[in-house]
Design a protein around this ligand. Structure first.
Ligand SMILES: Nc1ncnc2c1ncn2[C@@H]1O[C@H](COP(=O)(O)OP(=O)(O)OP(=O)(O)O)[C@@H](O)[C@H]1O
Ligand SMILES: [Mg+2]
Length: 251
């Protein structure tokens, strides 16, 4: 079953095309990495998938239910309860963590499950503590984000996303704000999620990691998918644009 189907997504900013007819579907349990040069539209694609950005064309289907579709030359989105249901399908982890600075670690994790999902407070706090332990952050429950390292903040952000029990997790360059040592900690956590078969879509510049963890790698350039396939296929590609990107990457 597809958890997410994106069909013919289009997005422009000020008349300038950034996403040009991209279709991409993600199966349950699949780990998809998106790689590509800066400005190729990777973040915009994730922002369209997660409805942080309005698309100009195309449709979004989560778990078989239409979340957005073309109608009379523009894109309509589900509203109200249906919108909340769609939003509960996925979690997002950004480059800069986006934690609430004035909330403790535990409150950062527990806030949305309690106030948005209206779950039982005691149950949510228990889950939040378990998630923190899984992230290797036992004892940090009462710390504030400013008292943590970047890698620890990112692990809190991952715990916060997981606390909402999403079916699919999106990551937008989860380690690019971190130095190499802290990057390793975060990649380890993402690997542990892969072992649990959590469905993930990961935009990353960590090529070795993408190669190791992904079921499928998507190479984007200029707002289109240039190539996609297994890590072996993409990293050994003979396609000129893919090769040139990977070569530049290797330095
Ligand atoms: N809100 C916006 N307003 C105007 N232009 C935008 C906006 N967001 C993105 N763009 C433009 O869209 C293009 C794609 O940007 P996007 O952030 O999706 O690229 P990216 O592949 O994520 O790059 P990076 O690897 O640097 O994060 C860029 O040219 C960018 O300037
Ligand atoms: Mg980006």
């Amino acid at each position: 079953m597809f958890l997410l189907e994106m069909n013919h997504i289009k997005k422009s900013f000020d008349g300038l095309g950034v996403i040009d007819d991209i279709s991409l579907s993600v199966k349950e349990g699949e780990i998809v990495s998106i790689i590509g040069p800066s400005g190729s539209g990777k973040s915009t694609l994730l922002r369209c998938a997660t409805m942080l950005e309005r698309m100009d064309g195309g449709e979004l289907i989560y778990m078989g239910k239409k979340a957005a579709w073309e109608e009379d030359g523009s894109v309509s989105y589900v509203k109200g309860k249906e919108l909340r249901e769609v939003k509960s399908c996925y979690g997002l982890v950004f480059q800069n963590f986006n934690l609430f600075p004035h909330y403790s670690v535990l409150k950062n994790i527990a806030d949305a499950p309690i106030h948005v999902q209206k779950r039982d407070k005691a149950e949510v706090y228990e889950t939040a503590r378990e998630l923190l332990a899984k992230m290797g952050l036992e004892g940090k429950e009462d710390a504030y984000p400013c008292q943590l390292s970047g890698g620890q903040c990112q692990r809190v952000a991952i715990a916060r996303a997981l606390a909402l029990n999403p079916r699919i997790l999106f990551f937008d360059e989860p380690t690019s704000a971190l130095d190499p040592e802290l990057t390793g900690e975060v990649l380890k956590v993402i690997r542990s999620l892969a072992d649990l078969h959590i469905t993930m879509v990961i935009v990353t510049h960590e090529m070795a990691f993408a190669r190791e963890i992904s079921d499928r790698v998507i190479f984007m350039d200029g707002g289109v998918i240039v190539e996609e396939g297994t890590p072996e296929e993409v990293f050994r590609s003979t396609h000129e644009r893919t090769q040139s990107f990977l070569r530049n990457y290797a330095g």
